[in-house]
Design a protein. Structure first.
Lengths: 315, 480
């Protein structure tokens, strides 16, 4: 028991879960137990979207210093717009819509890495500038859209099994898959190796280019999934639907215990961090805090968690 | 003992369960060169880190210039007392120039024109120690080859501004230097000690320890086990004191290859010349010449199969393990298995049990000193990290193994084991292409190519691989 506790304390993701739990307990203490499970269910629903793009961002950041995907919000929007437009409210077109949206997202990933590799543009600039191109495409393609998602898609996005959102289960499966990929596939090990030392990874026989390429595509692909499900969840695509996910994706990675310097990824941490951030906002709303106070406190709390987790990490 | 420059009494240091120093007594007189030898993990580097103030000893006393140190012994205090170190893992800032790195240790170089004064200081010292060094104070460290970086760091340690220079610790200083610059350094050590500075010289090259030191101390398992005047030691008695047998084996003859043995590697240096390198199956090919004359570039050219005809899988053993070799965040095991992951897959996933077994096997075969391969790679001493890199390459499926001066910081006992392993593996059909800065090591090669200015200027057979002939070819203007 003592041993497993010591083991737990060493895991960087424990802190984000502990923080999420603490915030939840404070909230329900304040409401005197009212809506305890409802808050959790809502948190799972909303956090799901942050988690899926957070996983993609985590993989990108893990490939080493300087790697970051700033095109996530634009890709979410593009994918949502493409999905809604192709589906055109018809149930029969759901599958083609999903394929088209994921295809568009994948192209974004390929384009991003093309800019980084072929034109030698730093990732932060490459993905930022491609954001503008992607968003413009989404705007001109989806001009004046107010297309509702087909019913089965919105049913799926809002469905619950025993109170647990179906989308959360989908993302859980993806998360477990990604954890296995990191630990037990050559690609996963390559990501971790490249993130620590690109040159040593190359000399150890890893295919550095292929690894980075696959990672940028994976991140875009996850943004694509997010865009489709989010459209179904919120009754259609909107041009600002991806906005909040830029900071959220980076914050979950950092709070979740993934090394910003690269080489160390943490899948459970993404879950803890995403839940924490949603519950934090819920708590402040419950307290009736104004928007300004909410932002300040959110910032301070995030710093607090990072300091707590970081202090434990140093040896 | 008033002439003691520095003195340690009963110094101990533990890292968790590992006792790196188990009560060391050591003194160095003013103007003395003390040679320090011992196997990897004997505690030499730890002891030097204690002397330089980077590590606080768990127990024991330290006195400098006859005065006992009572307060906190820190790197700054050591620096102020005139103790300088050149460590095995080089410590220059790669993004700064040579002159700017000089400023870091000399705080008095300030105000207008400090850069010029720093440049003059380091240039004068480089000229004094390594005539013809070819380093400019404006060069950025990252752009220098590892040998030149080491020269810059050594020269920096001997520069003097306002503080005293009492003791310079040289930890494997010649490991990246070629024969000529190593000789220049050792000659300079004698000059400097004659001026009253003390030097501690740590090296696995017993020849240079015997010829340069006044007195030699042998360390084993965190203790000093022998101490004598250098002239009272011979190569064999020194090796015996370290606790291993002397195997001064020189391979008698080169391997005779039949005409049907296939050529696995054929490559002409992109950097110039008309002579191409050729390696046949089962051969051990040496690359030599002065350091930094294109040998590493040749290896990288072969590795990336760029204008090189290569048949078979390649594995690369880095010498510059910090930048080319190890993965700092990983365990020893993961560092060993990374090159073999594809072969360890079962149904698309890496078989963790097989991975662990591979790591354990090679930990045993290379005698890597660790209780557990799941420990982080940085818990190992430098030489043992290097063994892990050997394990990575030898444990892989590669038919061709490229070695980029890989024996830096490896002790003599381990070296002998590795030499024997290379020979055995070559007999089984593996091909080795081996860049080395130690001419002695060429005796383990079947043939060697001499590099100069990026070209192959000579190809020497096994019997011609003597120091004299190699040096002659290194300086020759045209191919012999």
């Amino acid at each position: 028991m003592n041993q497993s506790f010591a083991y737990l304390k060493k895991q960087p993701w424990v802190w984000s879960f502990a923080a999420a739990l603490a915030v939840w307990l404070i909230t329900i203490a304040y409401t005197e137990g009212q809506g305890a499970t409802a808050i959790l269910t809502a948190a799972l629903s909303f956090a799901t979207f942050t988690i899926i793009v957070g996983l993609g961002q985590m993989m990108v950041i893990t490939t080493g210093p300087g790697n970051v995907d700033l095109s996530i919000p634009a890709t979410i929007t593009l994918s949502g717009v493409v999905a809604m437009k192709v589906m055109d409210e018809q149930t029969a077109m759901i599958i083609p819509g999903i394929v088209a949206a994921l295809g568009a997202a994948t192209l974004v990933g390929i384009f991003n890495y093309g800019l980084i590799r072929l034109l030698r543009i730093p990732p932060i600039i490459a993905t930022l500038s491609s954001s503008f191109l992607i968003l413009s495409t989404a705007i001109s393609y989806g001009r004046g859209i107010r297309i509702k998602p087909p019913l089965p898609l919105s049913d799926f996005a809002t469905a619950r099994i025993f109170g647990v959102p179906l989308s959360a289960i989908l993302v859980l499966v993806i998360s477990i898959g990604l954890a296995v990929v990191l630990k037990r596939t050559v690609y996963g090990r390559s990501v971790l190796a490249v993130g620590q030392n690109m040159r040593a990874a190359w000399l150890a026989g890893m295919n550095v280019d292929r690894t980075r390429f696959a990672t940028y595509v994976l991140s875009a692909f996850f943004s694509g999934i997010c865009g489709i499900v989010l459209s179904g969840f919120s009754g259609g695509a909107a041009l600002n639907m991806g906005e909040e996910f830029l900071l959220a994706s980076i914050a979950t990675v950092v709070i979740g215990g993934t090394s910003v310097a690269g080489g160390r990824a943490n899948v459970p941490g993404i879950w803890g961090a995403a839940l924490f951030m949603y519950l934090l906002v819920t708590m402040l709303n419950t307290f009736g805090a104004s928007a300004g106070v909410r932002l300040i406190l959110t910032g301070l709390m995030i710093i607090g968690v990072i300091v707590a987790a970081g202090g434990e990490e140093q040896r | 003992m008033s002439s003691d420059s520095i003195r340690l009494d009963g110094v101990e240091k533990s890292f968790g369960a590992v006792r790196a120093l188990a009560g060391v007594d050591l003194h160095v007189a003013a103007g003395e060169c003390l040679g320090l030898v011992g196997h990897n993990g004997a505690g030499k580097s730890t002891l030097m880190h204690v002397l330089s103030g980077n590590l606080t000893p768990s127990a024991g006393e330290l006195s400098v210039g006859g005065a006992k140190i009572t307060g906190n012994w820190t790197a700054a205090a050591a620096q102020a007392s005139g103790i300088r170190c050149v460590f095995q893992e080089l410590s220059l800032c790669p993004n700064l120039s040579v002159a700017e790195n000089v400023r870091i240790v000399h705080r008095s170089l300030k105000g207008l024109g400090w850069k010029k004064r720093a440049s003059d200081l380091i240039r004068a010292k480089l000229d004094e120690i390594f005539p013809g060094h070819g380093i400019s104070p404006e060069d950025e460290i990252a752009d220098l080859a590892i040998g030149k970086r080491q020269m810059a760091e050594i020269a920096r340690a001997f520069t003097v501004t306002d503080g005293p220079l009492r003791l310079v610790i040289l930890d494997e200083p010649t490991s990246s230097l070629d024969a000529v610059t190593a000789e220049q350094l050792l000659a300079y050590v004698k000059t400097e000690t004659a001026r009253g500075t003390s030097v501690i010289l740590i090296s696995h090259l017993l020849g240079e320890i015997l010829s340069t030191s006044d007195r030699i101390v042998v360390m084993k398992d965190g203790k000093t086990v022998a101490e004598r005047k250098a002239r009272d030691f011979s190569r064999n008695s020194l090796v015996a004191a370290m606790g291993s047998e002397a195997h001064e084996r020189r391979q008698a003859t080169a391997k005779i290859l039949g005409t049907d043995v296939p050529v696995l590697v054929k490559a002409r240096p992109k950097t110039g010349g008309s002579t191409a390198l050729e390696a046949r199956k089962g051969e051990v090919i040496g690359l030599t010449g002065l350091a930094g004359h294109g040998q590493t570039r040749m290896l990288l050219q072969i590795y990336s199969r760029d204008h090189a005809d290569v048949k078979g899988a390649i594995s690369f053993i880095a010498g510059d393990r910090q930048s080319d070799g190890i993965f700092n965040l990983w365990s020893i095991g993961r560092n060993i298995t990374i090159r073999s992951l594809k072969a360890l897959r079962k149904g698309g996933l890496i078989d963790l049990a097989a991975e662990e077994k591979l790591a354990e096997d090679w930990k045993t075969r290379m005698a890597i000193r660790t209780p557990d391969v799941n420990n982080n790679i940085l818990t190992l001493s430098g030489g043992n990290q290097q063994k892990a890199l050997f394990a990575r390459a030898l444990g892989s499926d590669a038919a061709i193994i490229l070695m980029d001066d890989p024996m830096r910081g490896v002790d003599i006992g381990t070296k002998q084991e590795v030499y024997a392993m290379i020979r055995a593996q070559a007999d089984e059909g593996r091909t080795f292409i081996w860049y080395t800065t130690e001419i002695d090591e060429l005796s383990h090669c079947d043939r060697a190519y001499v590099f100069r200015n990026g070209e192959i200027t000579a190809s020497l057979g096994h019997d011609d691989l003597t120091e004299e002939k190699v040096l002659q070819a290194s300086f020759a203007e045209t191919a012999a």
